[in-house]
Write a protein that binds this ligand. Structure first.
Ligand code: ATP
Ligand code: MG
Length: 465
């Protein structure tokens, strides 16, 4: 990972960092520390043309316009930001009025999306400081449009405010730096510059309260720590330990989005280690976690899969979530299939398919895995015994199966940890490069048999269709 550090002058004093006003439950920032353009390394060359267009147009129309969040953080760290978030005092309707290519989205957070071809610039109006006074949604008169559940989780948040209020809504200090298009300075209310330099993730405000408001921030902490090679600040780590079970209250669909970000962006291995270290993994994949604790071979299998996923991402190769989910569920599925066989409930052949379906259903109560991933994943798992059969027509036909490639990659991974013998793995590797004639020999089929004509299928009557 490139490590071009950020640089700037005049360190932010600790006193200033904690200096914010608490007025009737409202947190307000003190004056920001403004880092002028010559004192930081965020250049317009790091910013997408589309984001610049949005910023300039807002600014020209008389609104404040900042880049904020991951893009500023990544640019300071010398990484290439992957998306650009804009924060402004223009209300969503005012943003829409400025851009013909704009759409308003979201209920939980109302946002404007300005589209340029495939690129979308997200424009958020500053959020107001309407923290719940008592953690149960009874606010202070400002939060008529902020809703919390009984654990303090924010359900909806559409109160607009100023930049000094907006800053307290953000999760980590490193994500709360505002790049001002008016003069290219960076506004720092919370000591984010210092924390970036020290490579630490610090939650803004009271860590326990912030995690209660949105338990997904625990996963974000782990994700950023893995991606940026940051340490999770001690207070945040303690707060995670205290509130981690609240992750169970997060809607499964949101966890799937987060799963993709954690495991498909090239830092899966480190994310997994941190999730386990903070005892969060067991809340996301309970069945998997149980097996990991008692089966070292399975742990090695999972680690190999994570490493190869990261390698693929690093080489720009495609990755599909179904593969990794299949890996996570493999031990629970095989164990359950064994139980089913012992109980004589299903045939040997069917046991894996049935177990895969059942375990997937259990997992879906935690993380909403879309069917377009679970269906091929179940096939991939259920097909594993087919690699044991190396002769005959059915074995030859396996090569043409549309899931063969995924099943093969999965089998190779099993071979790496000694679950499949080398000879079998080599056989299926070699046979893929053979021509049809060689394959007939390999699968011990005679050419004549191969050309046998199929019986014409009986037509289905309309009633069966
Ligand atoms: P990346 O895009 O690299 O994943 P990011 O920090 O930009 O990281 P986004 O999800 O794009 O993350 O969010 C943009 C910004 O919005 C964050 O930097 C943070 O300031 C704020 N934010 C996002 N999600 C949350 C959250 N759950 N709680 C508080 N603030 C959040
Ligand atoms: Mg972002």
């Amino acid at each position: 990972m490139p490590r071009r550090g950020c640089y700037y002058t005049a360190p932010f004093s600790d006193l200033k960092r904690v200096l914010y006003l608490k007025i009737s439950g409202i947190q307000k920032a003190s004056e920001p520390r403004i880092i002028p353009r010559p004192s930081h390394n965020v250049s317009r060359a790091d910013i997408s043309k589309s984001a610049l267009k949005v910023l300039y147009r807002l600014n020209k129309a008389g609104y404040q316009a900042f880049l904020v969040g991951g893009c500023v953080r990544d640019a300071l760290l010398g990484l290439h930001p992957k998306d650009f978030d804009v924060a402004t005092n223009a209300h969503p309707d005012e943003v829409r009025a400025l851009f013909s290519n704009c759409r308003l989205i979201g209920r939980r957070f109302r946002l404007a999306h300005v589209r340029f071809g495939r690129e979308v610039i997200e424009v958020a109006t500053f959020r107001g400081a309407a923290a719940p006074a008592d953690g149960n949604g009874n606010g202070n008169g400002f939060d008529s449009d902020v809703a919390h559940d009984e654990q303090g989780r924010i359900l909806r948040d559409n109160v607009y405010g100023t930049v000094e209020e907006d800053v307290w809504r953000r999760d980590f200090t490193c994500n709360a730096l505002y790049y001002n298009i008016a003069d290219f300075s960076i506004w720092d209310y919370v000591g984010g510059m210092d924390d970036i330099r020290a490579r630490r993730l610090v939650l803004i405000g009271d860590p326990v309260k912030r995690l209660r408001e949105d338990p997904v921030r625990m996963l974000r902490a782990v994700r950023f720590a893995a991606k940026l090679d940051f340490t999770i600040d001690h207070a945040a780590a303690l707060a995670i330990a205290e509130t981690r079970t609240l992750l169970r209250n997060v809607p499964p669909a949101r966890l799937f989005d987060e799963f993709l970000k954690m495991f498909q962006l090239g830092h899966a291995q480190r994310t997994f280690e941190l999730l386990r270290a903070h005892r969060l993994f067991e809340l996301l994949f309970p069945e998997t976690a149980e097996h990991l604790d008692r089966d070292e071979n399975f742990l090695r299998f999972v680690e190999r899969a994570l490493a190869s996923t990261d390698e693929r991402v690093a080489h720009g190769q495609a990755v599909t979530p179904m593969f990794l989910i299949g890996v996570f569920l493999w031990a629970p599925v095989t164990r359950f299939a064994e139980e089913l066989r012992e109980q004589g409930q299903v045939s040997d052949v069917e046991s894996l398919a049935v177990a895969a379906r059942e375990i997937t259903l259990m997992q879906q109560s935690r993380i909403a895995l879309p069917r377009r991933f679970t269906a091929p994943m179940c096939d991939m798992l259920a097909m594993q015994p087919r690699f044991e059969v190396r002769r005959g027509r059915r074995a030859l036909g396996f090569l043409e199966h549309r899931r063969f490639r995924a099943a093969y990659d999965f089998m190779m991974l099993r071979a790496e940890v000694g679950e499949v013998d080398r000879e079998t793995a080599d056989f299926w590797t070699a046979v893929q490069t053979q021509n049809q004639e060689q394959r007939l020999q390999t699968f011990e089929l005679s050419a004549a048999k191969k050309r046998r004509r199929r019986k014409p299928r009986r037509r289905r009557s309309a009633g069966q269709a």
